[in-house]
Structures are given as C-alpha cells and as structure tokens.
Design a protein around this ligand. Structure first.
Ligand SMILES: NC(=O)c1ccc[n+]([C@@H]2O[C@H](COP(=O)([O-])OP(=O)(O)OC[C@H]3O[C@@H](n4cnc5c(N)ncnc54)[C@H](O)[C@@H]3O)[C@@H](O)[C@H]2O)c1
Length: 263
C-alpha cells in the first residue's frame, strides 16, 4: 500500500501532556515545521511558560484529561484561536511502581493507586479521543476524505510489563486494546487513529533531573528499571495500528517524520 504523506504545515494539533517530555518535544517539532499547537496540561504544569517560548503558533490550556469540562474547554479554545483541530496527540500520563503485594511490608497495592493510573492514562485518553472526534468531524475532508488523526501513547510496558508495573501496564494495555475498535468507529468519519508504544526514552531528564514519569518510576521502583529490562526482545520503539477506510494496517506508523510528514 502506498504511504500517505502529508505535510504538517498549517495543521492544528492539540497535545495532551504538552508541557513536558514527549508531549513538549512533539509540540516543538510541529511548531518548527509550521503547525499550530495547543498544549493541554495540568494547571500546575510548566505549560504557560513553554507555550510562550514556542511563540504565536502555540497556546497553553490548563486542563485535566479526566475532566469532560476541561477537555471541552480546551477544544473550544483551540477552535477560537486556530479555527479547527486536525491532530490530537495523547501524551498525558502518570506512573507508579508498586508491587501487587509487597511481602516484606505485608502490604497490598492500594486500589486507589491502581485506579488513579487507569483513570489518567486510559480513561483520560479515551475522554480526549471521544471529544476531539466531534470537533474533527466538523472539518472539511481533504482530497482523500480525511478529516484528522489521533495518536495515542502506550508503552512497551503494554506488552512486557516489569515488576511493579501492574497499574501502568494495565493502563497502556488498555490503550492498545481500544485502538482498533476506536479506529473502526471513526474511520467512516475520515479520522485515523493509531497508538505508538515507545521504549524508555527519558525526555524529561536533561531539564528536570529525576522529573516526569521516568523519575516517578525511579523514585518508587522496587529495583532500578534499565533500558534493557523495559525493552522486550523484538519490539521496536514504535508500533502502531490504524484503520484507514476499512483497510487495516499494522506496522511502524504514526510518527511526525524529519521531513515534516504525518504518516
Ligand atoms: N519516558 C519514557 O521513557 C516513556 C516510555 C514509554 C511511554 N511513555 C509514555 O509517554 C508519555 C509521555 O511521557 P513523558 O516521559 O514525556 O512524561 P512526563 O512526565 O515528562 O510528561 C507527562 C505530562 O502529562 C501531564 N499530566 C499528567 N496527568 C495529567 C492529567 N490528568 N491531565 C493532563 N495532563 C496530565 C504531566 O503534567 C506532564 O506534563 C506518557 O504517556 C508515558 O506513559 C514514556
């Protein structure tokens, strides 16, 4: 099948978790290549300052991905400021590293911790997808009948979770599991859906020391998580699955390439 390659120039992207790490790096790349970016992140995040650094093509919207009201307000702001939403990149995420049962402390994993991770990573991602789909559905379709693209972030932990990653792996496995049915749901609207599953990349480290998700995992970890322990044999840094016009594609997809194409 011929690759679909479209320039990201002039596209409007909303990026959750856009104040830090992978989300911020995505926004920086998109803005550099001529797109507009809406950074959606927690009110106490660095989003305002980061958006200012990126200039006029970028705006910060404080929002919690688990809140319908917040996400709807973010989408309204995106439309007011840039006219539409073409791309949604779901990067917001949290992590804990807690054993299912800690026999040394005679302590079970709390349900509260498990639910919190599921709530942000899985339910928050779904919340954004379902609401952004309504906005993208209003876009004029391009020549190929496409109205937008949604890119979710899972993790290699969806397939090869380590000790202490029950909650994180369950949340990321959930994202992987829902990708295909959502892609099937939204294909008739001309909205493509894909999920990437990165290995450890530590984007926050240079700026934040032990910041971000990686820092959280490191601080709470029962044993240090090395790159090799996080990467399953045979798994690349990016796997994706998408449904385009009824044709299923599986493979390395869903990256904004160096040449500014969205594939
Ligand atoms: N860092 C890695 O090695 C790695 C590996 C595989 C997958 N991932 C995934 O990539 C994504 C980004 O990770 P990162 O390392 O850049 O993390 P990060 O901690 O640097 O960024 C995550 C961002 O999400 C935001 N966030 C958290 N809860 C939120 C909520 N309820 N609403 C809105 N925003 C919220 C945080 O404020 C933060 O800015 C995550 O989904 C993570 O699970 C990361």
């Amino acid at each position: 099948m011929a690759a679909v390659c479209r320039s990201v120039k002039d596209l409007v992207a909303i990026i959750t978790g856009g104040a830090s790490g992978l989300g911020l790096a995505t926004a920086e790349r998109l803005v550099r290549q001529g797109a507009s970016a809406v950074l959606l992140d927690m009110p106490n995040s660095d989003g305002e300052a980061q958006a200012k650094k990126l200039g006029k093509s970028c705006v910060f919207t404080p929002a919690d991905v688990t809140s319908e009201k917040d996400v709807q307000a973010a989408l309204t702001l995106a439309k007011e400021k840039f006219g539409r939403v073409d791309v949604a990149v779901n990067c917001a995420g949290v992590a804990v590293a807690i054993k299912t049962y800690n026999s040394k402390k005679s302590q079970a994993h709390t349900l509260e911790d498990f639910q919190r991770v599921l709530n942000v990573n899985l339910i928050g991602t779904f919340n954004v997808i379902r609401l952004v789909a309504g906005e993208m559905g209003q876009n004029e379709p391009d020549q190929g009948g496409q109205r937008g693209v949604i890119i979710n972030t899972a993790s290699v932990a969806a397939f090869e979770g380590q000790v202490g990653q029950a909650a994180y792996s369950a949340s990321k496995g959930g994202i992987v599991g829902m990708t295909l049915p959502i892609a099937r749901d939204l294909a008739p609207m001309g909205i493509r859906v894909m999920t990437i599953a990165p290995g450890r990349h530590i984007p926050s480290l240079p700026h934040l020391g032990l910041g971000g998700i990686h820092g959280q995992l490191r601080r709470e970890s029962i044993r240090p998580l090395s790159s090799s322990s996080l990467l399953a044999p045979g798994l690349g840094s990016t796997t994706g699955r998408t449904q385009v016009g009824g044709t299923r594609q599986t493979g390395k997809q869903g990256r904004a390439s160096d040449s500014g194409c969205l594939v």
